[in-house]
Design a binder for this molecule. Structure first.
Ligand code: SDX
Length: 429
């Protein structure tokens, strides 16, 4: 980053304050306000609407023009031409791998797909109807108890081993959370298969008969993994960065990201979209639903729509919608919920309420329909998001830990009571 210009902050009755302005390679310039504390001032930005919390080389988003780049490569190109493990390599290392690098990376991931045999007993502590995201929070957080030998965050090799362990084991842990919920035996990874095939076999295979993965579903699964892999400083990635800034081990940091992702405003939206479509039920109910969304006294939101950054189409939603049609057509599936989603999108894109607020479909609006076609139950949708986003979380965590950093510690505008004396119980009203 380079210093281009400076900002002058003028406050009545005070000397003007000079603040450096930095420019990155793409996107808005930033005003460095770090010197304000020494001058007795804080900035105030609830929800971090205008705050760049860090500099990063990993992902760039242009919300006004619907651009998403991973290390400079457009998401549409990666979704069409790459595969998830290659995108993992790109996010972690900054460049696309050559053939030898890719083979080595894929083989390293393959070597870590199994989990410690003792880990399976964690699942027995949960009720069978536990939400799989609750299981993921618990089991991933517990990994540091099994893989303590790769928790030295100051050792680059240790960080690399943790990265491989997490990327490789998330599909296994995720599939185990599904198998546990349906009362079927856990399936071991089959390392003769690719990453997405392996996941689907662990999800739907049983010991009773051979399971052959449908290549159309495997390709769709891999594309969904690519589309969810990283997204700049979103809520869960910022959570991972903040947890990592305390020196917490990588497994604890990723568990914090899983917890943050679960919210319906974030990664929980894909599950919420299917629930919303279920509630609407039929196109004849769309107008009444949209009326509720627009009613200020009604908290109903159009799930899968809107985004803090995208004030234009989410480029991932475009690819997701196209993949939806491809998968359903190839499988010969007629899903009325796809028709419903498309009708809802058509209404929203023309309605002044949504247009004025620049609300467009985001990554979650169509993903659930594809996941349903693949056979993934709704309760597993956010688990799929967490599985895919693990590499993005690790890439950001590694980027922070790999260079000088400080513990994240925001301040506040205090509006509470001024100091007052303690009141004995006998004197309280
Ligand atoms: C993800 O940050 C990331 O990058 C996240 C993500 C990633 O890959 O990591 O992209 C993944 O989280 C995608 C978003 C998934 N969430 C949803 O689909 C839930 C529905 N969307 C909303 O909750 C909302 O749009 C957010 C949370 C996504 C964004 O909220 P903002 O930026 O804080 O916007 P806002 O709430 O200030 O909304 C501005 C206006 C408000 O109306 P007014 O008060 O101005 O009248 O738009 C309205 C909001 O009420 N609005 C919606 C709406 N989203 C915003 N109204 C109806 N339905 C919606 N979905």
């Amino acid at each position: 980053m380079s210093q281009q210009k400076k900002a002058i902050l003028t406050i009545e009755g005070r000397e003007p304050i000079e603040l450096p302005i930095y420019a990155g390679t793409l996107g808005p310039d930033v005003v460095d306000v770090s010197s304000l504390t020494a001058k007795g001032l804080f900035t105030y930005d609830p929800g971090f609407m205008s705050t760049a919390a860090t500099k990063s080389d990993i992902t760039f988003i242009d919300g006004d023009n619907g651009v998403l780049l991973h290390r400079g490569y457009a998401i549409a190109d990666l979704a069409e031409k790459s595969d998830y493990l290659e995108v993992c390599y790109l996010l972690l290392n900054g460049e696309l791998p050559n053939a030898e690098q890719k083979e080595k990376f894929v083989n390293m991931v393959r070597r870590h797909t199994m989990v410690h045999e003792q880990l399976q007993f964690f699942y027995r502590g949960f009720r069978r109807d536990a939400h799989p995201m609750a299981i993921m929070c618990g089991v991933v957080g517990a990994l540091s108890a099994f893989y303590h030998d790769s928790t030295d965050i100051n050792d680059p090799h240790s960080r690399e081993v943790s990265a491989f362990r997490l990327i490789a084991k998330m599909p296994t842990i995720a599939a185990m959370s599904y198998k546990y919920s349906v009362g079927q035996p856990f399936q071991y990874p089959d390392n003769t298969l690719g990453y997405s095939e392996n996941f689907l076999k662990m999800m739907f295979g049983t010991p009773c008969e051979p399971y052959v993965v449908n290549p159309v579903l495997a390709k769709a699964m891999d594309r969904i993994f690519i589309l969810h892999a990283d997204h700049e400083q979103n809520a869960s990635t910022s959570t991972v960065r903040l947890a990592g800034s305390t020196g917490a081990n990588p497994f604890a940091c990723i568990a914090s990201g899983i917890a943050a992702l679960w919210g319906p405003s974030h990664g929980g939206a894909n599950e919420a979209v299917l629930k919303m479509l279920d509630e609407i039920g039929d196109v004849k109910n769309l107008d009444a639903f949209v009326k509720r969304v627009k009613d200020k006294n009604d908290s109903t939101k159009l799930m899968g729509f809107g985004h803090r950054v995208y004030k234009n189409f989410d480029p991932r939603a475009k690819v997701m919608k196209q993949t939806c049609h491809e998968v359903l057509n190839t499988l010969g599936i007629h899903d009325p919920q796809l028709e419903l989603a498309m009708a809802l999108e058509e209404i929203a894109l023309k309605d002044e309420y949504f247009v004025a607020r620049k609300l467009y479909p985001n990554v979650d609006f169509y993903s659930g329909i594809i996941l349903k076609a693949i056979g993934i139950p709704t309760s597993m949708f956010t688990v799929i998001f967490a599985l895919s986003r693990t590499v993005g979380w690790i890439a950001h965590w590694n980027e922070m830990i790999g260079s000088p950093y400080k513990i994240g510690r925001p301040r506040q505008l205090y509006t509470g009571a001024t100091e007052r004396n303690y009141v004995a119980m006998s004197e309280r009203k």
